[in-house]
Design a protein around this ligand. Structure first.
Ligand SMILES: C[S@@+](CC[C@H](N)C(=O)[O-])C[C@H]1O[C@@H](n2cnc3c(N)ncnc32)[C@H](O)[C@@H]1O
Length: 333
């Protein structure tokens, strides 16, 4: 059964530090390099200051410093932020995933927020720095894919300061291509798969990338999917896929491919919010792209997801946003 239920956050909307950023330069103008220099210059994050702290306290210092930096003029950071991030952290603590895959590292805020729980949840596991071919059963780790070498460098610097460099492995390159060869890259023989996938990269790629993951068997029954920004800017194509039944998905694959992206609704008024996002859409059309970088994928339409939306806000603009949380409960042939 596929359900779409409401999940209202009790948290308060955050203070507004920036105007909405659509249509303006909001990354890639040197701020990410400046962030790394800033973090490395803070005495509160130095080895002497943090060596006696718990991993949670040490990583929280880094998260707080990243968030503070992002409040500055022209320093907006496209991170998941505190309100949505905390809710996803609770899911990590509850579901106890061992292997987490992230699409879209950026400066590492989500990686630190979620990855920092792995060592406590699975203290006896073997982490990416020490993976070899005979550690498959005992593995835990946070694999993060990032297109930009510059952002990956900043993130790796933050992971080191947070004490998480052995837990998180960043792989640079474009997601769809990286996913096609990820089993090989990580030496992950079947049936090993991810327990959790966090999708937070280029919005039109969520659908093709989840389909590649399904086809590669890297997600399947038991996997938890968390997709950010399904309201701002919105992602009807992805929501349609994870909210549809196997029958609806099989039917959609018979339909001709569309050449345009589905419409998105930035900043919907409250009444549209309810119907447009919590309850819909399940649209039996085949939104583009299910092709990227010469790779096509039709996914595994037999997979059954239970899906619901977690409300939250952009951490700096205060705009409403949400994560779609989907659990793969089984497979129907
Ligand atoms: C919204 S940010 C990720 C934020 C991060 N997850 C966090 O919450 O801290 C999106 C990231 O996806 C990366 N990205 C965009 N297209 C990509 C692709 N095709 N493959 C991998 N990463 C991509 C961008 O460079 C950017 O760093």
């Amino acid at each position: 059964m596929v359900t779409s239920s409401r999940s209202k956050s009790q948290a308060q909307a955050p203070q507004k530090y920036h105007e909405p950023v659509q249509g303006t330069v909001f990354h890639g103008d040197g701020r990410e390099e400046a962030l790394l220099k800033h973090l490395q210059s803070l005495s509160s994050l130095s080895a002497e200051e943090t060596s006696s702290l718990s991993l949670q306290d040490r990583s929280q210092r880094v998260l707080d410093a990243i968030h503070e930096f992002g409040k500055g003029e022209n320093r907006y950071l496209m991170s998941i932020g505190d309100t949505k991030g905390r809710q996803v952290e609770e899911l990590v603590k509850e579901k106890k995933p061992k292997l987490i895959l992230e699409l879209g590292t950026y400066v590492g805020f989500s990686g630190i927020s979620f990855g920092r729980h792995l060592l406590e949840l699975h203290p006896d596991s073997i982490y990416p720095g020490d993976w070899t071919s005979n550690t498959q059963e005992d593995r835990a780790g946070y694999i993060s894919l990032e297109k930009s070498e510059v952002y990956a460098t900043t993130a790796r610097g933050g992971f080191k300061l947070a004490g998480l460099d052995k837990v998180i492995k960043v792989i640079t390159g474009s997601s769809t291509t990286s996913l096609k060869s990820l089993r090989e890259t990580l030496n992950m023989p079947k049936p090993l798969k991810f327990d959790m996938v966090f999708l937070d990269h280029l919005k039109p790629l969520y659908t093709i990338d989840i389909k590649v993951l399904e086809e590669e068997g890297l997600v399947g029954p038991g996997t938890l999917l968390v997709a950010d920004n399904v309201v701002k800017p919105g992602n009807p194509a992805y929501l349609s896929w994870v909210r549809a039944t196997p029958e609806q998905k099989r039917k959609s694959l018979q339909a001709p491919r569309l050449t345009k992206q589905p419409p998105v609704t930035p900043n919907p008024p409250i009444e549209e919010w309810e119907t447009a996002f919590h309850d819909g859409p399940i649209d039996e059309t085949r939104w583009a792209p299910d092709e990227a970088e010469g790779i096509t994928a039709e996914g595994d339409p037999g997979l059954i997801y239970t899906s619901e939306m977690l409300d939250g806000w952009d951490p700096y603009t205060g705009e409403k946003d949400a994560c779609e949380v989907s659990v793969c409960t089984g497979r129907q042939d």
